[in-house]
Every structure is written in structure tokens, then in C-alpha cells.
Ligand binder design. Sequence first.
Ligand SMILES: Nc1ncnc2c1ncn2[C@@H]1O[C@H](COP(=O)(O)OP(=O)(O)O)[C@@H](O)[C@H]1O
Ligand SMILES: NC(=O)OP(=O)(O)O
Length: 304
Amino acid sequence: MKVVVALGGNALGKTPEEQLKLVKQTAKSLAGLIKAGHQVVISHGNGPQVGQINLGLSYAAEHGQGASFPFPECGALSQGYIGYHLQQSLKNALPDKDVATVITQILVNEKDSAFQNPTKPIGSFYSKEDAEKIAKEKGVTFKEDAGRGYRQVIASPLPEKIIELNSIKSLIESGTIVIAGGGGGVPVIKTSDGLKGVPAVIDKDRSSALLADNLSCDTLIILTAVDYVYTNFGKDNQKALTSLSVAEAEKDLADNQFAAGSMKPKVEACLSFVKNHPERKAIITSLSGLDDALAGKLGTVIHN
Ligand SMILES: Nc1ncnc2c1ncn2[C@@H]1O[C@H](COP(=O)(O)OP(=O)(O)O)[C@@H](O)[C@H]1O
Ligand SMILES: NC(=O)OP(=O)(O)O
């Protein structure tokens, strides 16, 4: 199997301690896959982390402690922070292997309509009242996130091209375990001066699907906080989906079964990866469910 495994930012806990514990557990499952001879590339989200980094550095700047950090720089910091935990945990699980995080830039289109309609939830969850107050004070946008509260949202353009793809391929060929495309990749545009970061957060599910496609993978695994994709999620009649064909997924998407900014981009990314590729499959399950999902006992499998 050639697989990209994407770890959800929201599933990585709220503190460095929680994140390291969760990453360590997942690294054991990933190490098992690698030991079994599969080619595994790892990516991860950064929604809560990039929001916290941005908030903390903005607060410091507002209090005269250094400069404020633009979003692309915050995205790069989040790749280092989460990549460090993954690198350390994988190295501990597989001492004979080399592990490396590639700070990854991903090209987006500056005319992408996403820049006019922010949808990507970042940072912590707030009550409606607090969200309205902060939105007014700071001139930022908040949206309700899948029944969990209100979060700041930022533009989330589509990933078009992975700038460091050749470096990622070279590292894989040398036998290195690669962590890439973290936080969806730092979004950059082409200018007459070369590449330039833009204030946005790419959806890591979409960039993980692009990475898996570019690496000719047969499998994309998205690990999040739930064991399955559900229809009627959160309602009395919610139903766990063990198997989801392209046609079924398209119908459920049209029926608005999957929340925007959370489960919808995951299902769309899996669809884009498997559609018209009968040899491919995608799995959505929980971080702790990876072993069971690989044994076919848990998770939602998206297929043709
Ligand atoms: N139809 C659905 N099925 C399962 N989970 C859903 C659904 N709709 C919304 N969700 C929510 O989406 C969350 C996963 O999205 P998110 O937290 O953004 O992912 P990530 O772990 O990648 O950061 C789940 O934990 C769940 O709360
Ligand atoms: N960048 C990104 O998609 O992050 P999450 O996985 O935290 O949503």
C-alpha cells in the first residue's frame, strides 16, 4: 500500500502535552504500517494550533513585545510544532528510520473566490456572544462550527501545486519517513518577485488528497475525532457509514449531510481522490481507530 495518512488538527488535543500523547499513540499504529512494508507519508491539520499561534503572537505584539506575525508565518510555525511531535514520536517508535518534516508551500490562485468568503475554522471555540464581541473589536469573521460553538474563520483557497514535491519524493526514495503538507501547506501565490505567502489556511484534507495523487498513492486515510462519517450527525437517528460509494457520497453531499468546514471537505477530498480511480480507496476514522480501520473493523471506506 502507498498511503498518505492525514491527522486532524482538531483531533490533536488542546495543549502541547495532549498533542504529544495523541501523536505518540498514533505513531505506534503508523510504525506498525511502516514495519509491514507500506509506504507511508504523513500530513496533518493545524486549525486550532495556527489560531492559537496567531492569537498569542498578536497579543504579544499588542503589548509591545515584538512584531505581529502574518498568517503564512503562523502556518509555517504550526508545521514546525506539529512536525516536531510527529518526528520525535516516529523516531522513538522506529529508531532505525530517518524521519523528516518538509516545510511545505502550496500554490493557490490569488483570484480564488475563497478569499472573499472565509470558511476555514481556526483557533478555539467561543460562545455566540463572545464571538460577536471579538468580531466587532478585531474586524474578523466567526462562524458556527459543526454544533461545537463559534470559531474565527479565514479564507481557504484550493491547493493547486505542491512546491516541495520533488524534495518530498527524493526523501521518500531515500527511505525517509516524510511529514509534509502540514496545516494544508503554507499558501503561496506567484508574483513578479517570486513566491509570496498569503493570509489563508488551506484545508489539509484537500492538500492531503493532492499529495496522495501526486505520489501515486492507492490509499488516503483521514484521521479525526470520530470513528465514522455519519448521516444525520448529532441527531437521534444518526447512522454510521461503514462504506460510501462515490455515488452515495455525492448524494449525501447534495443532501447537506456533512458540515461545511469539518466533515464536508473530508468527504469531498476523499471523493476527488477515488473518483475515476477504481484501484484507490479512502478511509475516514479516528486517530485511535487506525489499527481497527486497517483491519476493516472501523471507519468509513470511500470507494468507487
Ligand atoms: N456528518 C458527520 N459525520 C461525522 N462527523 C461530523 C459530521 N458533520 C460534522 N462532523 C464533525 O466533524 C468533525 C471533524 O472535522 P474537524 O474537527 O474539522 O476535523 P479535523 O480533525 O481534521 O480537525 C467531527 O469531529 C464532528 O464533530
Ligand atoms: N488546515 C486544516 O485543515 O486544519 P484542520 O485539520 O485542523 O481543520
